[in-house]
Design a protein around this ligand. Sequence first.
Ligand code: FE
Length: 333
Amino acid sequence: MLPRKPLLAALALTLLGGTAQAAEEVVVYSSRIDELIKPVFDAYTAKTGVKIKFITDKEAPLMQRIKAEGDNGVADLLLTVDAGNLWQAEQMGILQPIKSETIDQNIPPQYRASSHDWTGLSLRARTIIYSTERVKPEELSTYEALADKQWEGRLCLRTAKKVYNQSLTATLIETHGEAKTEQIVKGWVNNLSTDVFSDDNAVIQAIEAGQCDVGVVNTYYYGRLHKQNPELPVKIFWPNQGDRGVHVNLSGIGLTRHAPHPEAAKKLVEWMTGEEAQKLFADINQEFPANPKVKPSDEVAAWGSFKADSIPVEIAGKRQAEAIRLMDRAGWN
Ligand code: FE
């Protein structure tokens, strides 16, 4: 027995030395605000010892930076929102596929790129909201019906320049074709009560202020304002429950083509799709976990369950250019 001990000790030292030498790190370029991601990365570092450096900026400059850095790239991962943006990154050739059974098991295929270049991490619905003072939920039904005469001068929308609306329109084109979608979008534009807004919060606040009665926003914006003011006279409505379901989009992550630490980055992404991280990541921003095994927070669950459109979200990217042209023709600024 005795002679084995030094051997084991030597082995342990070697292993420790090896681990210390390889002190892993992962570099993430992120377009999400720091508060939404730092707790998740901190939890990973506490668990694994792997350091995570992240640089925050808007998605367009981050993507340009990854492209410009080329094979001298320092970023391992690009973290951003909206399948439209992730698809753009894919088209720029700045991502590479992650082949992982763990990710494939954790995230449903409609929330991942078919190329495996990116995967969704959290989900948000882009849904209808309404004034509880001036609208009865029975009056609402579908996104399409917001084009009806009934809503003339009563609708508020965010600008067509925002990718969220481009993605919504892209999925409408996929469902209805261009001609019908153009009719619908023209109907929305005709029904606007005022100029488009630069963000979703302003849409909610305009309904609160009586400037309009209905609007379309991402659920977490509603969640934030509702948290600040539980008496907010605005509620969420889940449209298209009799047909394809509510438009859902995501935040997601992709491995960069020239990632310096691809293996460590892959492990981080696998962990981020797992139960512990999913809970943390989704709850911080009142989003839905992309992993269906993980339940949303009580706050989010209180909005009620709904049928989500099962369309693969990458359609938002594939039809983005068409959507932008169509919105422009329809006069959506
Ligand atoms: Fe947002």
